[in-house]
Design a protein around this ligand. Structure first.
Ligand SMILES: O=c1ccn([C@@H]2O[C@H](COP(=O)(O)O)[C@@H](O)[C@H]2O)c(=O)[nH]1
Length: 295
């Protein structure tokens, strides 16, 4: 089951974090761009990142937008990146945020969870269209796949719709109840479901509320680092068993080498060492906070 595989990887690496592979050309060191050209360099940059973090991190989350923006070649690089990550033992969550009527959702699910385009371990889903747009994806939870459904997103405007109150509940709370219900039939050995949730690091108060509503949904928590979320902010995404969440950072890790503090230490050819340092720092910061809370 997807959720058991995810939890076992997190335990094996003692690391509840995920590295977001959201490449921008300007992050890629010039020596790689010169060697491969701007677009192909994206693949080699990703490959070096995967080689650099695969022994410490359980999971990667490539964001499809950054590959689509590069055209057909970009999509091909997305596919090769996913395949390279999985071949190297990493769990891959494709951040595709799909949401459409059931018959179309079925095609999206086939594209990503059955290998029509590329086979990943899990995808992100937007629940705005309701249950019949979700079921074509959750059906794959019986086939070792996972689904992460947006509940409270990390962006400032998430309040516009998600914080509205209807029937006495915020929309994000209602979504939380639905996610818990949709996940009931896919509970694994650790008591968590392969139907998971997305909750932004930038909303610790809402996160605490959602943790109470969703007892068995694992949380994917974006918004750490570049968007301002800290180890203290994300701590309520975890349950008392020390499980329940995986925290994402994209720019904060894959662009670490562009920050002054690392530029001082590493030359361009060693950019991957800055990325590794940043990934280890994130792991330690979160684990220290977890120890403070649960020990
Ligand atoms: O609520 C959400 C849902 C998804 N994201 C995605 O996560 C990463 C965050 O990137 P950073 O560079 O660490 O800010 C990106 O792919 C978003 O599309 C999110 O930020 N918030």
């Amino acid at each position: 089951m997807f959720i058991d595989r995810l939890i076992e990887k997190i335990k094996e690496k003692d690391n509840p974090t995920v590295v977001g592979l959201d490449p921008r050309i300007e992050f890629i060191p010039v020596f790689l761009r010169k060697k491969y050209g701007d677009i192909e360099a994206v693949y080699h940059y990703n490959k070096i990142i995967i080689d650099t973090i695969k022994d410490i991190v359980p999971c990667i989350k490539p964001q499809i937008a950054f590959y689509e923006a590069l055209g057909v070649k970009g999509l091909e690089i997305f596919k090769r990146t996913v395949e390279y990550g999985r071949k190297n033992g990493l769990i891959v969550i494709a951040d595709i945020k799909r949401g459409d009527i059931g018959s179309t959702a079925k095609a999206y699910a086939k594209a990503y969870l059955e290998g029509g385009f590329v086979e990943v371990d899990a995808v992100t889903i937007n629940p705005y269209l309701g249950e019949d747009s979700i079921v074509p994806f959750t059906d794959y939870c019986n086939k070792d796949k996972g689904v992460f459904i947006l509940a409270k997103t990390s962006n400032k405007s998430s309040k516009d719709l998600q914080d509205l109150t209807t029937k006495g509940k915020r929309i994000y709370e209602t979504v939380g109840h639905y996610i818990e219900k949709w996940g009931n039939e896919y509970i694994g050995n650790y008591g968590y479901s392969s139907v998971c949730s997305v909750v932004g690091a930038t909303y610790p108060k809402e996160m605490k509320i959602l943790r109470k509503i969703m007892k068995s949904a694992y949380f994917l928590v974006p918004g750490y680092g570049a968007q301002g979320g800290t180890a203290k902010d994300i701590i309520h995404s975890f349950n008392d068993d020390g499980l329940g969440a995986i925290i994402n950072s994209s720019r904060g890790i894959i662009a670490a080498h562009t920050k002054e503090e690392y530029k001082k230490i590493y030359k361009e050819e060693d950019f991957h060492l800055a990325i590794r340092d940043a990934a280890i720092k994130m792991k330690n910061d979160i684990n220290n906070e977890l120890k403070r809370k649960f020990n």
